[in-house]
Design a protein around this ligand. Structure first.
Ligand SMILES: N[C@@H](CCC(=O)N[C@@H](CS)C(=O)NCC(=O)O)C(=O)O
Length: 209
């Protein structure tokens, strides 16, 4: 097994799905959390001046999706069958679409933010999450998103549901996703996995604080 270090800030953000993949796969790794005071110095040493970054036997791997896919492969959470893998990547793609819509407005104008987040809740979520719900129903009864086992698709979903449920998004109802039964089923299956519960007993969930 290679020597692995996953470097990110001390929050879930774009690294938690990869951390969970390694945890579930029982892959030993160093969970390096950079404090913002040290980030200025570390930033130019990363490939794209951004985190997360994975270091595998001294080799840097950047971009959260690439990192997650790599961790998923190591952990046995990425299908070897190309069509099943495509379904997993499809889920990752639509979660990216939803996340993009969530952060479409990044300015300081609270009225504008409320307007954008209303649009997110009333237009983007029904469009993307509603469609994903139907796709998962077509993929199977679950609880896993794709096939009969956990894959990184479930970790993508878990990331989205956690972000909404924790109430960190201004002007977004934390119950927004509760009606999407098939999606919540996948989220719950991840959160109830013994390795995941053990992880959160040791590392309480931190969002952006
Ligand atoms: N496309 C990149 C985006 C990485 C990114 O934007 N990282 C943010 C944290 S989520 C970052 O490093 N921000 C600090 C900075 O830009 O100085 C990925 O998915 O890894």
């Amino acid at each position: 097994m290679p020597e692995i270090k996953l470097t990110y800030f001390d929050m879930r953000g774009r690294a938690e799905a990869s951390r969970l993949a390694l945890v579930v796969g029982e892959i030993p790794f160093e969970d390096e959390r950079v404090v913002f005071d040290h980030w200025k110095e570390a930033k130019p040493k990363t490939p794209y001046a951004a985190l997360p970054m994975l270091t595998v036997d001294g080799m840097q791997v950047a971009q959260s999706d690439a990192i997650l896919r790599y961790c998923g492969k190591l952990a046995g959470l990425y299908p070897s069958d190309p069509l099943e893998a495509a379904k997993v990547d499809e889920v990752g793609g639509v979660i990216d679409d939803v996340t993009h819509a969530m952060y479409r407005y990044r300015g300081d104008d609270k009225d504008k933010l409320r307007e954008e987040r209303d649009k997110f809740s009333k237009v983007d979520v029904p469009r993307y999450v509603g469609a994903l719900e139907k796709r998962l129903e077509a993929f199977g009864d679950g609880p896993w998103a794709v096939g009969g086992n956990m894959t990184i698709a479930d970790l993508h979903i878990c990331h989205l549901v956690t972000n909404i449920r924790c109430g960190m998004l201004d002007f977004v109802d934390k119950d927004l996703l509760e009606g999407y039964v098939r999606i919540v089923k996948s989220y719950s299956a991840v959160m109830e996995h013994p390795k995941v519960t053990e992880w959160y007993e040791k590392k309480p969930v931190k969002m952006f604080s």
